[in-house]
Design a protein around this ligand. Structure first.
Ligand code: ZN
Ligand code: MN
Length: 476
């Protein structure tokens, strides 16, 4: 019988913090600025310059730690991580070695409906390095990114599958976005991940040789690289090979990992305390003041949505998953007598259009109060649902007031019996066959006649009133 194998996965996630300026100098964070235009002697690594700590970066890192239940270090310090590479001309990165800002904590993930708590080893703060760019006949270095405040979240090796690793990254991203700690824009490299993965025969307690996959910058990439790597290691072990500890690179085009360096050539960073920076000493009062700034977490918000707005668990989960969507929903729900109705429009038209147009809810022209008003117009039966869908699409694209739009375009639904009577007569006169069918007991014929009334009024008739009037006339 074939042996089964168990994967063990740990993640190191680098997150760029949402500060105004860099970690140790006053250069602005400005993604997309022309290369090497947001630089100074400090982030270019000139000899003799002195770093100055960005307190906001410390605060954001501590907030992240508080959100996941870390112990916040009363005393922590920065260290030099020495290495030689063109992305860091001073030949060391300022990081934290043995005294990180946060230790311990857990991130809760959900995979296939099951909750799992994943341990966090530590969160430390460091500076980002420059970006190497490769062209046809040359390479360049952009120092705009050098010195960005970079928070590194290290998980315990407690993830057991690519799905769990992806769920972990989604949960972390959701929390960091909620607290505005980072924009977590994966395309802009705000969140980059190193993955540790080993495989061992099921039942064996000692871990297999650890493989590290470097610098993955999408959740999809992490998932795909892990799937590949687990299959590769499993096949090697099953064939009786011995695996060695090594660092590998993910090639997303080819869908494979390739060996970059083995343990023999692994770096020795020779960490030592950064002599140009004071230790970070945080007293309890300051940490508590920061704790008071913590926002409501996605999960708390979900529960509150169910409680306050009476919407189903499922709706609350979908709406609360993204902070901007949750804010939008809440702004509309607060102005509405029908928060469930607002949720229905969010869950259907809003999310569908956002996905279709591949846009962000922050960027759409339609305002939350317009959504509340649209729901009211439907509830008051001023417009029917098909008309409301058209109005929604127009509002989504160009904004404006639904009330105004209904008035200007004459979209108001006709519920007035006197006004509809004429049209009902016409529908009956023009469709003698259906009338006959109906009188013979064919109920479907009535639906057809309602459809005719809708057509004659160009969709504006209140279908319910039309149906009542038709039945009355036909049964006379
Ligand atoms: Zn600078
Ligand atoms: Mn790092």
């Amino acid at each position: 019988m074939a042996e089964t194998y168990t994967p063990t996965i740990g993640l190191e996630v680098h997150v760029q913090l949402r500060t105004r300026t860099k970690m140790f100098c006053a250069c602005a964070l400005d993604f997309g600025a022309p290369p090497n235009t947001r630089v100074c002697p400090v982030c270019l690594g000139y000899p003799g310059v002195l770093p100055v700590m960005n307190e906001e970066a410390i605060r954001l890192t501590v907030l992240a730690g508080l959100m996941i239940g870390s112990t916040i270090s009363a005393y922590s310090k920065f260290d030099r991580k020495n290495y030689f590479y063109p992305d860091m001309p001073k030949n060391y990165q300022i990081s934290q070695y043995d005294k990180p800002l946060c230790e311990g904590g857990t991130v809760e993930i959900e995979v296939n409906g099951e909750l799992k708590r994943v341990g966090i080893t530590r969160i430390h703060l460091e500076e980002d390095v420059a970006k190497n760019m490769h062209f046809a006949h040359a390479s360049g270095i952009d120092f705009n990114r050098a010195g960005y405040p970079l928070m590194e979240v290290v998980s315990e090796p407690e993830l057991a599958s690519p799905d769990e690793a992806a769920a972990f990254l989604r949960a972390l991203k959701q929390m960091l976005e909620y607290a505005a700690i980072s924009d977590c824009n994966l395309e802009q490299g705000n969140m980059r991940c190193d993955v540790n993965c080993s495989v061992r025969p099921a039942g064996r307690t000692t871990l297999g040789a650890k493989v590290e996959i470097k610098n993955l910058n999408t959740i999809k990439g992490v998932h795909a690289a892990l799937q590949y790597e687990i299959a590769r290691q499993t096949a090697a072990l099953a064939a009786g090979e011995t695996l060695t500890q090594e660092t590998r690179l993910w090639d997303s085009d080819a869908g494979v990992t390739t060996s970059m360096r083995t343990k023999e050539s692994a770096h020795d960073y020779r960490y030592f305390p950064e002599p140009d920076l004071m230790p970070v000493v945080l007293d309890a009062a300051r940490v508590e003041a920061w704790r008071a700034q913590l926002p409501e977490l996605p999960r708390q918000r979900r529960e509150r949505f169910v409680r306050d707005y009476g919407i189903p668990q499922y709706d609350a989960r979908v709406l609360a998953a993204d902070r901007a969507v949750a804010d939008y929903y809440e702004a509309a729900a607060r102005q509405s007598d029908n928060p469930k109705g607002v949720s229905n429009w969010m869950m259907s038209e809003m999310l569908r259009l956002l996905a279709e147009r591949d846009t962000n809810i922050r960027q759409i022209a339609m305002k939350p109060d317009a959504l509340a008003e649209l729901v009211r117009l439907v509830d008051e039966k001023t417009i029917n649902v098909p008309t409301a869908k058209d109005v929604f699409a127009t509002l989504f694209a160009q904004g404006g007031s639904p009330h105004q739009m209904v008035k200007e375009r004459g979209l108001a639904q006709v519920s007035d019996v006197a006004a509809l009577e004429q049209t009902v007569q016409t529908a009956i006169r023009e469709n003698p066959k259906s009338v006959e069918d109906y009188r013979k007991g064919k109920k479907a014929a009535l639906q057809f006649l309602v459809g005719q009334v809708m057509r004659l009024t160009r969709g504006k008739a209140n279908p319910q009133v039309a149906r009542e009037l038709l039945t009355k006339k036909l049964d006379e």
